[in-house]
Design a protein around this ligand. Structure first.
Ligand code: KIV
Ligand code: ZN
Length: 531
């Protein structure tokens, strides 16, 4: 058996399902390009049938990236599979990934109606048939078809073997075994893969894939155990983002294989030096902060604090380092640019950081860069990343644009804010008081826009060092059980907070437009009458 491990990146699909992460199309394309530089084998670009925005994102990524297989997710339904094909068909290489729940819990929960069968056994037969039909239908569009048995981690091994055998018989070229709920232990999950290899007669006609969630913190361990037992594809995400506790982290799986090749003879095609850029870009675009002690990409992953460790490092790095920071692309931060830097200098540094942009985008970014350089003499890599994470720099639909912000606050005055916001060419101005400057600003925005929102969380942090550091604010709003995140960066944290709040509102608005067109359009038209 070949020891090459296929890396199937699902940051843009399962990763984007991470609570609070929401990426616009520009950001998805940019991340997909970075993933291509990282040399992943497959990019799962989205779930085309689920919304027009998802469909368009898959289509645009299919256009933009041709060195990698682009996959689109589809339930085991013709409408989903056809939508996936329509979104993918311009890609140079594409894969339809169809899935169906196979555990008893999923079957009884999703196929409870009698039309799927009266007994569990009858329902299982329906699921078996649906799996066959889905793969056969997907095969009419492409040879490259992946089938996933959702919740395989809790599926009866006998039934799982039957479903997998049927999917391969219909032509599935990859069969994915997800531990959807992150329930399995490594030894148990590995044994499941080994057992499938024993039971499924045609297993050598397909690649076995593993897709592990991190609810018990075991996603990476389970993925590695899957590999040791015969899996040759791993589904994972940058920074491990994903549903609930997330997915197996790409960087951890890949570096475990690389650092311990003495133990495992497996290898990937990844350019590991692009890991750090990929992590930073994903974090800044999604607004999901990487914990400092996160393996491989956390800020402390290569920091040595204690005197004994520092002394050891100075004598021989290997004393306390099992890999160099350089191998994952972590370079010492240095001053790169300032107000006299030209567009060319900016462009080439951004390229080194993984941001490849068209002339028009570059011009906008350059203008933002100059504005920043006026406030801040030294522009560090993290400042540039922040600038790129600021969606206003991109050609992206933003509903709410901050035209003006005035705040009056102090130790002996009532915090008061005035905001002026532009929506569809019209301006709205309001003032409000609040418990503090941020609260007053958010209240003023709510009055100007005639809305009420629930702020689920609000964080501020500095993204670079020194007194002129860039402040980053992340605001998460909640509406009807869905979270919308906004991020703002500025040398002024109040402005960053207001920008973050407006961006979260914009995301909410885009979502409403895609999922509930009439109601959202109505609220926009109410607003466009002005005050
Ligand atoms: O976790 C899961 O089961 C999934 C499938 C759609 C592959 O994400
Ligand atoms: Zn998943």
């Amino acid at each position: 058996m070949d020891n090459r491990i296929i890396i199937f990146d699902t940051t843009l699909r399962d990763g984007e399902q991470c609570p609070g992460a929401s990426l616009n199309i520009f950001e998805k394309v940019e991340i997909a390009r970075q993933l291509a530089k990282l040399r992943v084998d497959v990019i799962e670009a989205g779930f085309p049938v689920s919304s027009p925005a998802q469909f368009e994102a898959v289509q645009r990524i299919s256009d933009a990236v041709d060195s990698v297989v682009i996959a689109g997710l589809a339930r085991a339904k013709e409408i989903d599979i056809k939508a996936a094909y329509d979104a993918l068909k311009d890609a140079k290489k594409y894969r339809i990934h169809t899935f169906l729940g196979t555990s008893d819990i999923h079957i009884l929960g999703k196929f409870g109606e009698d039309k799927y069968g009266k007994t569990l056994e009858e329902k299982r037969q329906t699921v078996l048939k649906m799996s066959r039909d889905a793969v056969a239908y997907a095969k009419t569009f492409t040879d490259d078809v992946e089938f996933s048995a959702e919740d395989a981690g809790r599926t009866d091994i006998g039934f799982l073997s039957e479903v997998i055998e049927a999917a391969i018989a219909e032509g599935a070229t990859t069969v994915n075994i997800p531990d959807t709920t992150g329930y399995n232990f490594p030894s148990e999950f590995g044994a499941k893969i080994a057992e499938l290899r024993r039971r499924v007669s045609n297993i050598d006609k397909a690649i076995i894939s593993v897709h592990c969630h991190d609810d018990l913190g075991l996603a990476v361990a389970n993925s590695l155990s899957g590999i040791e037992n015969g899996a040759r594809q791993v589904e994972c995400t940058i920074n491990g983002i994903g549903e609930r506790a997330g997915n197996a982290s790409l960087e951890e799986v890949v570096m475990a294989l690389k650092v311990r090749k003495d133990l495992f003879e497996y290898y990937t095609n990844l350019k590991t030096e692009e890991i750090y850029n990929s992590s930073k870009m994903t974090s800044s675009f999604t607004g999901i902060i990487v914990q400092p002690n996160k393996a491989i990409v956390g800020e402390n992953a290569f920091a040595h604090e204690s005197g004994i460790h520092q002394d050891g490092m100075l004598k021989n790095r290997k004393t306390y380092e099992i890999m160099t920071p350089e191998v994952v692309g972590v370079l010492k931060s240095k001053i790169v640019l300032g107000r006299h830097s030209g567009r060319h200098g900016l462009k080439s540094r951004l390229l080194e950081l993984g941001y490849d942009m068209k002339e028009e985008e570059l011009q906008k970014t350059y203008e933002k860069f100059l504005a920043l350089a006026d406030k801040k003499k030294e522009i560090f890599d993290d400042d540039l990343r922040s600038l790129m994470g600021d969606k206003k720099a991109h050609n992206v639909e933003t509903h709410y644009e901050l035209e003006y912000l005035h705040i009056d606050a102090g130790t002996s005055s009532i915090p008061t804010a005035t905001v002026k916001i532009k929506i569809n060419g019209k301006s709205f101005q309001e003032s409000a008081i609040g418990d503090g400057a941020v609260d007053a600003s958010f209240n003023a925005i709510e009055r100007a826009l005639k809305i009420k929102s629930v702020v689920e969380s609000y964080h501020v942090r500095s993204v670079t060092s020194g007194r002129q550091a860039m402040g980053e604010a992340i605001v998460r709003l909640r509406k009807d059980e869905i979270s919308f995140t906004g991020r703002g960066v500025s040398t002024d944290i109040l402005e960053a907070s207001v920008q973050a709040y407006l961006q979260a509102l914009s995301h909410q608005q885009v979502y409403l437009k895609n999922h509930n067109g009439a109601a959202a359009a109505e609220s926009l038209s109410i607003l466009s009458q002005g005050v």
